[in-house]
Design a protein around this ligand. Structure first.
Ligand code: MN3
Length: 230
């Protein structure tokens, strides 16, 4: 029991992630631990998928980013904002490291985290008319992303916006049309859902909502609102 209590405390501390923490990561990058047990998202994502996704896929992005940047002193946000000037290996693997480090934190199997805070709900309803309509649009963005990529909810100076990016690009990069602070992201690469959902990406995206850590998304949004896009 004590061990479980200690783990819960560690997981709670881990959940205090911030955009600033992610953006100030520097070479050499390290694989962050999953902020919860691999089986804790089972209502949407099975433990085997989570384990392979984190231990193999994310680890490979970290290793390959370090290899591509070996000997360089570089900071995460600078690399992303100058993605257009980077070799493909840097753009893809540094993007992969940021995206996955972020992705783990916007998921939670804890029902308390799954509730949408009123402040953010109000902004979503103002923009899309209802939370259901927002979810539908987000799912569409994810389903329509051809091949591998990500669906995003971003905070821009004009307000909230849904967008998607191919491969491991993200809305902080200078190569994308819609730039903004990511506050929620859904990995729509097949490796994120194939074991349970096979080719049915729309079904994975529907279940995705049951494990969204809205508490964290709300925190990211409040941080984004306070910080001008760099
Ligand atoms: Mn992935």
């Amino acid at each position: 029991m004590k061990r479980i209590a200690l783990l819960s405390v560690l997981f709670a501390l881990q959940a205090q992630a911030s955009l600033k923490d992610l953006n100030t990561l520097s070479v050499p990058f390290k694989l962050p631990p999953l902020p919860y047990a691999a089986n804790s998202l089972d209502k949407a994502i099975d433990a085997e998928t989570m384990t392979i996704h984190h231990d193999k896929h994310h680890q490979a992005y970290v290793d390959n980013a370090n290899k591509a940047l070996s000997g360089q002193k570089a900071r995460m946000l600078d690399l992303l904002q100058n993605a257009s000037k980077q070799p493909a290996a840097v753009r893809n693997n540094v993007g992969g490291h940021w995206n996955h480090s972020f992705f783990w934190t916007v998921l939670s199997g804890n029902e308390k985290d799954n509730a949408l805070p009123a402040r953010l709900e109000k902004d979503i309803v103002t923009k899309w008319g209802s939370v259901a309509k927002f979810q539908e649009e987000f799912e569409k963005a994810g389903a329509a992303q051809f091949g591998s990529g990500w669906a995003w909810l971003i905070r821009t100076p004009e307000g909230l916006k849904i967008t998607s990016t191919p491969n491991q690009d993200n809305p902080l990069m200078d190569v994308v049309a819609d730039r903004g602070w990511p506050i929620l992201g859904a990995d729509v690469w097949e490796h994120a859902y194939y074991l349970r959902y096979q080719n049915k990406r729309p079904e994975y995206l529907k279940k995705f909502w049951t494990v969204v850590n809205w508490k964290m998304v709300d925190q990211y949004d409040q941080e984004a609102l306070k910080n001008k896009l760099p």
